[in-house]
Design a protein around this ligand. Structure first.
Ligand code: GUN
Ligand code: FE
Length: 414
């Protein structure tokens, strides 16, 4: 990978969430994938920068194109991609027990894992998801296959081997010791890869699937290994009531995780639709992030999360597709379902000096697009809005992760 210079319109958002549009702008990306320089275009400046940074590749965007930060899916079940659009008539607990858990058992077969995970990573990259926080299944071998695939295809990813030791069925449940041992082996294996784009995540499925002994063990593991944690929290009212029955001595659902050492600044909890005031305060105090999954919350009728209220409290929020309780793996769909977009990890998500270059090149007038008659003569701000509401992966003509090109439709020269 050689240092490259990109010239064109760059759109992102600042920490205050407002849209920032820089027209006729330049950025330089070094061979580590880091943005090392940004500034307004002028022929003279460009020549100086090219010399200073030994630029060998220049990418010039067309007038109707713009660059966006790559999308970050903060909650997606890579193992559930084949189920997208199916079984959405069932409420969460029934959906898990009768539909989702049985299908996840198929990942005992490495061939099946290879096939599903290849398509999951390829498909999400193609739609502009440059970073994803994945749930795999309880199988360590298959979870490692997902790691192989994200490394090979170049996606930035956090991958979790799922932990479950209760309330499932024989064949899709672990003993406590087994779950802890396999988690340790998984984490050590991922860390030994020394990949700057891939991290392991400690992944208790949710409290109904993990007893306190397992949660405590995973909390200790999180402390000793210093890795991130992900789980589900307060998605439906039936689940909240069940947790109350299962853990009668705990103050509330959130407190079960807190007492186990799993509510930390490195934790992402999916959903959080029905949290009480006390629970929201605990989330804020622990600096735990929320993965907001609007499609899933609507599709299986879990409830609506008040994103503005959560943001006002200063709790970190990211967007997730939650496939397949959410039926669409596209982050554009998640954006449409939500009034807000943000990201959890500030090494990406902004196109500025010091950030890693995870970006997507958008072209609205792609001839292959059935709605191309709806595009033309817009301001750049309107182009961004139209892309969010009318666009899809055919408009994502190039994708870079850490400066490396991972998708190229080959439509950029004309
Ligand atoms: N809660 C526990 N497991 C799951 C899952 O796979 N999907 C969703 N949406 N919620 C869960
Ligand atoms: Fe989920």
């Amino acid at each position: 990978m050689s240092p490259k210079l990109i010239i064109g319109t760059i759109v992102d958002s600042n920490a205050d969430w407002s849209l920032r549009i820089r027209e006729n702008h330049c950025i330089i990306i070094d061979d580590n994938g880091t943005i090392v320089m940004e500034g307004p275009f002028s022929s003279q400046a460009v020549q100086q920068w090219k010399d200073k940074y030994s630029v060998t590749e220049v990418v010039e965007l067309d007038r109707e194109e713009f660059l966006l930060p790559g999308f970050i899916d903060s909650h997606i079940h890579a193992s559930q991609l084949p189920n997208c659009g199916l079984a959405l008539d069932l409420p969460l607990l029934k959906w898990l027990q009768t539909y989702t858990f049985p299908i996840e058992t198929k990942f005992a077969d490495p061939q099946y894992a290879q096939d599903v995970y290849s398509r999951a990573v390829e498909g999400t990259l193609a739609s502009g998801t440059t970073g994803a926080m994945y749930f795999a299944t309880i199988h360590r071998d298959a979870s490692e296959i997902l790691c192989d695939i994200v490394e090979e295809k170049g996606q930035r990813a956090m991958v979790g081997k799922v932990c479950m030791n209760r309330n499932s069925f024989n064949g899709y449940q672990e003993t406590t010791q087994n779950s802890l041992n396999e988690s340790k082996l998984f984490i050590a294996g991922v860390q030994a890869r020394k990949s700057s784009l891939l991290d392991p995540v400690i992944t208790p499925r949710f409290v109904p699937s993990c007893d306190q002994e397992l949660l405590l063990g995973l909390g200790d593991l999180a402390k000793s290994s210093d890795v991130r944690i992900q789980s589900h929290l307060s998605e439906t009212l039936a689940e909240v009531a069940w947790v109350k029955e299962l853990e009668p001595t705990s103050r509330d659902y959130t407190d079960v995780y807190r007492q186990a050492g799993l509510l930390t600044a490195k934790t992402v909890m999916a959903h959080c639709v029905h949290l009480s005031n006390a629970e929201l305060n605990a989330m804020k105090e622990a600096q735990t992030g929320i993965a907001h999954c609007p499609n899933s919350n609507c599709s299986i009728r879990s409830g609506n999360m008040d994103v503005r209220q959560i943001q006002k409290r200063g709790i970190k929020v990211g967007l997730g597709t939650d496939c397949s309780a959410g039926y669409s793996p596209s982050m554009l769909d998640a954006m449409r379902g939500s009034a807000s977009v943000t990201c959890l990890d500030r090494v990406v998500g902004q196109l500025d000096e010091g950030f890693q270059f995870d970006a997507i090149r958008i072209r609205l007038n792609s001839k292959a697009h059935p709605t191309s008659h709806l595009f033309g003569h817009e301001t750049i701000e309107d182009m961004v809005h139209k892309f969010v509401f009318l666009g899809d992966d055919r408009n994502v003509v190039q994708v870079w992760v850490n400066g490396r090109i991972v998708k190229d439709l080959g439509l950029t020269e004309h």
